[in-house]
Design a protein around this ligand. Structure first.
Ligand code: HEM
Length: 402
């Protein structure tokens, strides 16, 4: 372990048992202040980052790694490497089907809602299409889908949005998916709740019809894009639709933030530094800022009894900014990536068996997009992180050629 990282897991994570030596319950966990009548629901909806940062501070002060939220059902947020490892490795206890994805029609399906023991087999079936080797065969097409950047000033967020739509269209469909329909399908995901959770049966039917049209060609005529890999798999078209929804805003926000950081720190704008820049961007602004599971059984976590059905959250945003684990966690310092981070503290793509299906795809698309950019300067912008289904910059992020 190098001196770059602090602390490891030195924090003691056991809450004192209650006086009669019964295990503590979820009610004994620290929690941020509540509002009369709605617990934490209002703060969760309007400003979740200050809420969870406050919860983490209180948990640290109490010597634990878990805090409670009152969201209408028993809920806990953990942020230590030990909690992350357990939640992401014990798929029998921590189930995805009862998490937040279930209430967002875009994400409620395919591999995202498949739980153990079926999940592993499902991932084994679809992983190869998203592996580095297969992606390399698509790379020429995705690189060709990049447009030259505009002359003069432009908003990096708007630019990244359009660029990622074209890149995903190229990777999944060889660019053949109706671009207007793809935009219409993905646009509601970016809006504040409850917009992404609203059912859109007519739109989904149109998307499914377009997927079937393109899949028919691939099933008869071959092809090697991502749809060609998914189409022969039972349920493969649903996997295509669901993974596109998981892909778009995450990749757009990561790319927009990376461009903004490069425009502010032009010394890092060289292909040999872009890997570290992307890692640091995803540490500070992980689009997947919070992941959710439901407990399928009661769990004793360091002496605290968490009931079956508890909403169990892990927070890549908190873990990657924990002052006990990272030096100067608020600072953009790509040089920190000369060393390995503490295990299970850096989870922009989740971890374990449910590690992001599109991790290699996103990295390839973003790094190729950055490599094609000229030197840039930041002009003006608002990079305040706004958490929705994914975390992204408030924007705009106006940059220009240097
Ligand atoms: C920078 C871009 C991306 C980020 C930061 C990101 C982040 C994440 C995270 C944190 C998870 C785990 C969620 C959890 O544990 O609950 C995840 C899962 C997933 N991601 Fe991504 N993602 C990105 C791009 C993509 C792309 C391009 C795809 C396209 C295939 C994709 C498809 C998925 C799928 C299908 C899952 C669920 C995997 C499973 O449950 O087995 N993601 N992603």
């Amino acid at each position: 372990m190098s001196g770059e990282w602090q602390g490891k897991e030195s924090r003691k994570t056991r809450l004192p048992h209650s006086i009669n030596h019964q295990p503590s319950t979820i009610h004994h966990l620290p929690q941020p202040p509540t509002r009369p009548g709605n617990g934490h629901l209002q703060d969760w909806a309007l400003s979740p980052l200050p809420l969870i940062e406050d919860g983490a501070r209180r948990a640290r002060a109490a010597g634990t790694d878990l805090f409670r939220l009152r969201l209408g059902l028993p809920s806990v947020v953990g942020f230590s490497p030990a909690w992350n490892r357990r939640l992401l490795s014990d798929l029998d206890t921590f189930r995805s089907a009862g998490g937040f994805s279930a209430v967002v029609p875009y994400l409620a399906g395919g591999v995202i809602l498949t739980d153990a023991p079926l999940h592993r087999r499902r991932r084994q079936t679809i992983n190869p299409g998203f592996g580095k080797k297969h992606l390399e065969t698509l790379r020429g097409r995705t690189q060709a889908a990049l447009l030259p950047i505009p002359d003069g000033e432009f908003d990096a967020l708007e630019w990244a949005d359009g660029a990622v739509l074209r890149l995903l269209n190229a990777a999944y469909f060889g660019g053949e998916f109706d671009a207007g329909l793809l935009h219409a399908f993905l646009a509601p995901l970016r809006r504040p709740f409850p917009v992404p959770a609203l059912p859109r049966p007519r739109l989904f039917l149109r998307v499914d019809a377009e997927l079937r049209r393109l899949a028919t060609w691939r099933l008869t005529g071959g092809g090697d894009d991502l749809l060609a890999v998914l189409a022969p798999i039972p349920g493969g078209l649903e996997e295509a639709r669901v993974s596109l929804a998981a892909a778009h805003d995450t990749t757009t926000h990561a790319l927009a933030y990376a461009v903004w950081h490069l425009a502010q720190h032009p010394g890092w704008h060289a292909p040999e530094h872009h890997g570290a820049v992307l890692k640091e961007t995803l540490r500070l602004h992980p689009p997947g800022w919070m992941g959710s599971r439901r407990l399928s059984r009661e769990l004793d976590w360091n002496g605290v009894r968490l009931p079956r059905g508890t909403l169990a959250l892990y927070a890549p945003y908190l873990s990657a900014r924990d002052p006990g684990l990272w030096n100067a966690p608020e600072k953009f310092q790509p040089q920190r990536w000369q060393h390995k981070p503490p295990a299970w503290a850096y989870l922009p793509f989740g971890g374990g068996e449910r590690l992001c299906l599109g991790m290699h795809l996103a990295q390839m698309l973003i790094l190729d997009a950055l490599a094609a950019l000229p030197p840039l300067r930041a002009v003006r912008g608002d990079d305040t992180p706004v958490p929705g289904i994914t975390l992204g910059p408030k924007g705009p992020l106006v940059v220009r050629r240097a």
